[in-house]
Design a protein around this ligand. Sequence first.
Ligand code: NDP
Ligand code: GDR
Length: 374
Amino acid sequence: MTQKTALITGITGQDGSYLAEFLLEKGYIVHGIKRRASLFNTQRVDHMLQNPQDAGSRFHLHYGDLTDTSNLTRVIAEVQPNEVYNLGAQSHVAVSFEAPEYTADVDALGALRLLEAIRFLGLQDKTRYYQASTSELYGLVQEIPQRETTPFYPRSPYGVAKLYAYWITVNYRESYGMYACNGILFNHESPRRGETFVTRKITRGLANIAQGLEKTLYMGNLDALRDWGHAKDYVRMQWMMLQQEKPQDFVIATGVQYSVRQFIEMAARELGVMVAFEGSGAEEKGVVVKVEGDMAPALKPGDVIVTIDPRYFRPAEVETLLGDPTKAKDELGWIPGITLRDMVAEMVASDLSTAKQHALLRTHGYDIALSCEN
Ligand code: NDP
Ligand code: GDR
């Protein structure tokens, strides 16, 4: 079999980094597009860059941006990819209400720019295209659980931008016979999840609180229900979708749903901390009931560690998401391998390890500034 080349946008993000590892293991040459930033932004992929004998020689980064057509066209012309994975996005739903136009430019037109570049360069018979579509398309849900045929009703500028990207992907498939697929992925997390998404905010925040680095977790809507899987399982499916004979769209989910409140309880339990919620609405609080073991030396029963901050409520909320991954299971044999419990344990362990290092530095007189705008 000839060696394949993949191009990943969003390679510095959670999914991009796991997908790059996965493809390198499969023997691919992997190219990625990274943005210029004033600080290092390649932490999630540095281990692939730093191993020139092995992965490094098959791992290449290019500066670029999904808002820059000429850049994208040139990179695709140079790389001549067999597969393009469009994972790059302004991916934060709450931020999209503050930056709706930019979100549309990157998330909606970015997809068009890539598809059009593939077509313009005459690569439509060679290059397969994966679009990172999202359960946010379902928004105000019209059917439970959500499957490939469920009508869309996005509830944020992010969701609306991704709706365009979804349909332009379908349109290029139908108009030009391109191999182009949408993966409609439900929330997926990992220790590499951005710190301002709710799961990582919780695991990082609780680990810091357990070690005495912070006092309180300030949260938004605790009633929101999500179907959370592990990013490693989900990038495997992104690749599987491009290996089929015919391009199709798939829902990727676990089929199990929990509330944000339950996620907090689960993460706290991993730290040996039992939390009970008291009060309701804006007055709701998470109070420590019991502390077991030695992972949370800073906590004692009665401590209030979760409160509500209205800043984290969204102008329009997606209250409930639950996916039906039957098609992915039946047609591709995809089954998620990592349970939510194991994922929460992995995320907590990773954040606790960092918190312990910070606590140790503080003990020795070094002042650690923790980023907290989330
Ligand atoms: P992340 O936010 O972790 O990563 C987003 C990536 O996109 C980063 O590499 C980021 O670069 C890059 N990016 C942002 N803006 C631009 C731009 N203007 N030009 C080029 N690159 C840009 O997201 P995830 O890895 O979690 O998600 C991957 C994709 O899947 C996204 O498209 C997201 O919308 C979608 N998705 C995610 C789900 C999830 O639960 N994780 C579920 C469904 C869909 P930088 O590092 O410089 O910020
Ligand atoms: P989401 O993920 O909006 O589903 O988008 P996020 O983790 O940000 O929110 C999930 C739910 O938790 C509620 N919530 C909070 N969210 C954040 N970030 N911070 C809080 O303090 C907080 N309190 C409660 C939210 O209101 C929401 O209901 C993610 C992104 O990865 C998208 O790119 C992707 O498309 C979808 O998942 C599927």
